[in-house]
Design a protein around this ligand. Structure first.
Ligand code: MLT
Length: 260
C-alpha cells in the first residue's frame, strides 16, 4: 500500500480512501481544495500503485494494511474519509482500530452488506477478470460511476475515469470484488462510532443512492450533504462541495478534541 502526502497543513490529518476500480488519483482535486489541511491518500490493495502481494480478499485486510501504514507514519488518529469501497474500508478500520479514527467521512457509500444478487455479480466479474486477464468486465463503470449531468456536459471526465480503470491490474480488480463481496453489514459499527461523522452523496448517485446515505446518517446521527449535479464519484465531479463537507468535519473534530 502506498501513502501519498497530498498536502500539509494544520489540524487532524485527513486520510482519503478511493473507490473501485480506481486509485488515489480520484481525490486529487478534493485535496487541492482542502487548503490548510494535512491530506494523505492511499492506494488500497488491488489498485494500481499498490504492490500485488494481496492477502485473502477482504476489506478487513485492506483496513489492517492501512492501520499498519498509519502506525508506521506515526499518524495516531485521522479524519478517515472513504468513497464507496473506501467507505467500506473506513468502517472496517473504525471497527478494528477505533483508536486511529477520529472522525468518519462516508461519501457515496453504504454501511449495509451486498444482496445475494449483488454478491453473485461481483464473484462473476472477479472470475471474468481473472480468466480474461483484462479489466473489460468493469469498463462499463466509466459510465455508471458518473452522474447523468457529468456524462452529458463533461465527456473529458468520463474519458479520464475510463483511462484510470484501464490502468488497474485485472488481478487486483478480481481481488477487490471478492473483498467487497465478503464484507458484513457494518451499520452497528457506525451507530456505535463515538466521533463526529458526515455522510455525503451525489444527488445522481445510482450505485449507492440517497436512501443508503439516509440510512447511514440516521445510524450515525450525522449531517447528510447531498451534492447536486453529481453521481457516484461526487469527489471527482464536484470536488469543492465534497472538500467543504470534509473541511467542516475536520473543524468539528478539532473543536471536539480541543474541548476534550
Ligand atoms: C466503488 O465505487 O467503490 C464501487 O462502486 C463499490 C461497489 O461496487 O460497491
Amino acid at each position: 500500500m502506498t501513502f501519498h502526502e497530498l498536502r500539509t497543513g494544520t489540524g487532524t490529518p485527513v486520510v482519503l480512501l478511493h473507490a473501485f476500480p480506481l486509485d488515489h488519483r480520484m481525490w486529487l482535486d478534493v485535496a487541492d481544495a482542502l487548503e490548510g489541511r494535512t491530506v494523505l491518500a492511499v492506494d488500497l490493495p488491488g489498485s494500481a500503485g499498490s504492490p500485488p502481494d494481496r492477502p485473502e480478499p477482504s476489506v478487513d485486510a485492506a483496513a489492517d494494511r492501512l492501520a499498519a501504514q498509519l502506525d508506521a507514519a506515526g499518524v495516531g488518529h485521522a479524519v478517515v474519509a472513504g468513497l464507496s469501497m473506501g467507505g467500506y474500508v473506513a468502517l472496517a478500520l473504525a471497527e478494528r482500530r477505533p483508536d486511529l479514527v477520529a472522525a468518519l467521512g462516508l461519501v457515496d457509500t453504504k454501511s449495509t452488506a451486498d444482496t445475494d444478487d449483488a454478491r453473485a455479480n461481483r464473484l462473476r466479474i472477479a472470475a471474468e477478470a481473472d480468466e480474461q486477464g483484462t479489466v473489460a468486465p468493469v469498463r462499463p463503470m466509466a459510465q455508471t460511476l458518473l452522474g447523468a449531468s457529468t456524462r452529458n456536459a463533461r465527456p473529458e471526465l468520463q474519458e479520464q475515469v475510463a483511462q484510470w480503470i484501464e490502468e488497474q491490474p485485472p488481478a487486483g480488480v478480481a481481488w477487490s470484488q471478492r473483498a467487497m463481496a465478503a464484507r458484513p453489514d457494518r451499520t452497528d459499527v457506525l451507530a456505535a462510532f463515538a466521533g463526529p461523522a458526515v455522510v455525503v452523496v451525489g444527488a445522481e448517485d445510482t450505485l449507492t443512492p440517497l436512501d443508503q446515505a439516509e440510512h447511514m446518517a440516521a445510524a450515525a446521527s450525522a449531517p447528510l450533504v447531498v451534492v447536486p449535479a453529481a453521481g457516484h464519484l461526487s469527489a471527482l465531479e464536484r470536488p469543492a462541495a465534497v472538500a467543504a463537507a470534509l473541511d467542516e468535519l475536520v473543524g468539528r473534530t478539532d473543536a471536539g478534541l480541543n474541548a476534550g
